[in-house]
Design a protein around this ligand. Structure first.
Ligand code: ADP
Ligand code: MG
Length: 659
């Protein structure tokens, strides 16, 4: 008996729809891209109820003839590709002829369209992909697409939709990405009757960047602009002082198309290596322009992934361009003349390093070269602002780690056994509350001042040794790479990952504190800008976060005020910690509150722990070594081992003393 069925076109459409239309934001993206492809100069997108019940996109593009209006919804119907050879150099956003078929098969669609100069327009009504009505009608030139009741006939999909606020947030982000990709087209986005953003379409991206990144972050970005060998890169990258707790603010456009690319992501992140702290990510809005034939966009139904002809060439080019942009910041800060750099000696030719001081726009399709502009007075302010922020942000400068380290040491009471400080070990500093501040813990930037300690003053020892877990005799031989503590104990050589071990100690302590993690009030509350989705996540987890020592308060629709953070956490790192926590809440698949609780504790512990690469003083190393040798600390909170042992025998074998 035959078991193979050929699926009906309707079922095939539903399956294909699953790939193209994941949520309302996918509809917004596809409809906007169609408007761009139709040559529109102005596009308005309106959504209601997170897009689930209503999405309307209106443009002043070329419109459709009545005969095209009918077949536009048929699968593989496209005006953008006629034969195989066209696939080699795709210059339009769409080409697969799938989007309208997919969207209409899972919604009620309405199309109103009139070609330029045509006497009348056409109205088409569809129900689950079937044309219900097609009549001539009066309407403006251009096209309006309305998608109602998305997923009304696929309940499984409907069930997976998130709250209206989350879906609206995703729609706004999708529209912003489209708008950023085409700064020459004006895009207006309206949510439930309220304008969310408007881009004027004059090539300037200020308003989009502000909406996307927040005014402060947008204004502190560094310009990036390079061209070489048929490749050009323009846009903005964040200053190393402004790393975020997640990658949500990394945007890449290739030939005007927003794409996700691990290649570009790692090229950018590599360029920041050794300038950003571990766990912090750069932000960027970067436009790569290259010939259409050097990139394959036919990789994924949603067209957000692409393949480059020569990955290495692209990687090197982007890496160098971003390095150059970061180097230009150094010059900017040290060179008051602001002379443009020539980029001599670099593989990348720099056409304009200080283009952010000029106004200009991105011209698409390979004709570019000016970076999108941000008003120069804001940039100038932001440079000053940046350097002011330096002192309170966690920049990995040579001087800072020791301050953070000592803050950690003294603010972190530990249940682990402490060895008395050997009188010979250097104890040049202790922490004393800053007398000018009434509440030492309250200042986010400099809660403590460092004062030289007379050599006779013993280093404070917060806790006495724990007799229940004896620490074997040992000798700290030193540290390798400022990362691994080398200890000799009972005929063994033990290597300890100081960050991993310290992180675990803090994690265990926080966990033991249960719901009473102590909070430190910030003298200067931090305001953190978030997406609607993240705002909702924080609201939903408010009780949990408060138990963990976070004092958060909504401030408008898209910002929160952080008034307090767990006492263990460096107060300088507030916004990236909140961003990281949002990322964890978002990606946490399990509804189990205790595992979410642990995830957040990981973040706090990681932020509070001493880091690899930092100078660490002997008493701190002793605390860590004691904890590890007592057997209390075996794995870091992520499950990595904290120590590794080489026995005397292992070493003897290594050197062939024994066989
Ligand atoms: P694709 O964009 O891959 O061609 P779609 O299913 O998105 O496939 O659209 C099918 C066709 O409908 C397009 O090729 C285009 O000819 C027409 N079309 C869609 N939207 C518009 C619009 N806003 N203005 C004019 N024509 C449009
Ligand atoms: Mg399309």
């Amino acid at each position: 008996m035959s078991v193979i069925n050929i699926l009906s076109p309707h079922v095939a459409d539903l399956i294909a729809a699953g790939e193209v239309v994941e949520r309302p934001a996918s509809v917004v993206k596809e409809l906007l891209e169609n408007s761009f492809d139709a040559g529109a100069r102005h596009v308005v997108c309106e959504i209601r109820d997170g897009g689930a019940t209503y999405i309307r996109v209106t443009d002043d593009g070329c419109g459709m003839a009545p005969e095209d209006a009918g077949i536009a919804f048929v699968r593989h119907a496209t005006s953008k590709l006629s034969d195989e050879s066209g696939l080699e150099h795709i210059s339009t956003m769409g080409f697969r002829g799938e989007a309208l078929a997919a969207i209409s098969s899972v919604s009620h669609m309405e199309l109103l369209t009139r070609q330029k100069g045509a006497e009348e327009g056409t109205r088409v009504l569809l129900d689950a992909g079937e044309i219900e009505e097609m009549i001539p009608c009066g309407c403006p030139e251009g096209t309006t697409m309305i998608c109602r009741n998305l997923f009304f006939n696929t309940p499984a999909r409907l069930k997976f939709l998130k709250s209206d606020r989350s879906e609206a947030s995703a729609c706004i982000t999708a529209a912003l990405r489209c708008a950023l990709g085409r700064p020459d087209v004006s895009v207006r986005f309206v949510r439930d009757g309220k304008e969310e953003f408007f881009s004027p379409g004059d090539g300037k991206l200020d308003s989009c960047l502000y909406a996307l990144l927040g005014r402060e972050e947008a204004a502190s970005m560094l310009s990036c602009s390079s061209a070489s060998d048929g490749l050009s890169l323009s846009g903005f990258v964040s200053s190393p002082a402004e790393g975020r707790g997640n990658r949500a603010h990394q945007f890449f456009f290739v030939n005007g198309r927003f794409i996700k690319s691990t290649l570009l992501q790692s090229a950018v992140e590599q360029a920041y290596r050794n300038t950003l702290l571990v766990g912090r990510y750069p932000s960027c809005v970067l436009y790569l322009t290259l010939s259409f034939s050097s990139v394959d966009v036919n990789v994924h139904p949603a067209k957000t992934e692409i393949r480059f002809g020569s990955e290495k060439r692209i990687f090197d080019f982007v890496y160098q361009a971003v390095r150059l942009a970061l180097a230009s910041e150094d010059r900017l800060n040290t060179n008051s003349d602001n002379l443009p750099l020539t980029g001599k000696g670099d593989r990348v030719a720099v056409d304009e390093v200080f283009s952010r001081k000029e106004s200009g726009g991105i011209a698409l399709n390979g004709t570019q070269t000016h970076a999108p502009s941000i008003p120069s007075e804001q940039i100038n302010n932001s440079v000053i602002h940046n350097s002011e922020q330096h002192s309170e942000s966690t920049t990995p400068s040579a001087a800072e780690p020791s301050q953070l380290r000592i803050t950690n040491y003294e603010l972190t009471p530990t249940p682990y056994p402490l060895h008395p400080t050997p009188s010979s070990s250097p104890t040049p500093y202790s922490l004393t509350p800053n007398s000018s501040s009434t509440s030492p813990l309250a200042s986010p930037s400099t809660p403590y001042s460092l004062t030289p300690t007379p050599s006779s003053t013993p280093v404070p020892c917060p806790l006495s040794p724990d007799p229940s877990s004896p620490v074997p005799d040992h000798r700290i031989l030193g540290e390798a790479f400022k990362t691994y503590i080398i200890v000799e104990s009972r005929g063994e050589l033990i290597l300890i990952d100081k960050h991993a071990a310290h992180e675990r100690m803090i994690f265990d302590r926080l966990k033991a504190a249960g719901r009473s993690v102590s909070s430190q009030m910030l003298l200067m509350p931090a305001i953190v800008r978030l997406s609607l989705e993240d705002m909702e996540l924080l609201e939903r987890n408010a009780a949990l976060l408060s138990d963990l020592g976070f004092e958060l308060e909504p401030y408008g629709e898209k910002e929160i005020i952080v008034r307090g953070v767990p006492a263990e956490m460096p107060a300088s790192d507030v916004s990236s910690s909140i961003e990281e926590i949002c990322e964890k809440l978002r990606s946490s698949k399990t509804p189990d509150p205790s595992s979410v609780h642990d995830e957040i504790l990981h973040t706090v512990a990681c932020k509070a722990a001493i880091k690899a690469g930092w100078d660490t003083q002997r008493p701190e190393l002793e605390k860590i070594v004691s904890a590890v040798l007592s057997g209390a600390v075996l794995y870091c909170p992520h499950g990595r081992p904290v120590s590794s042992v080489l026995t005397r025998k292992d070493l003897d074998k290594l050197f062939k003393r024994i066989v």
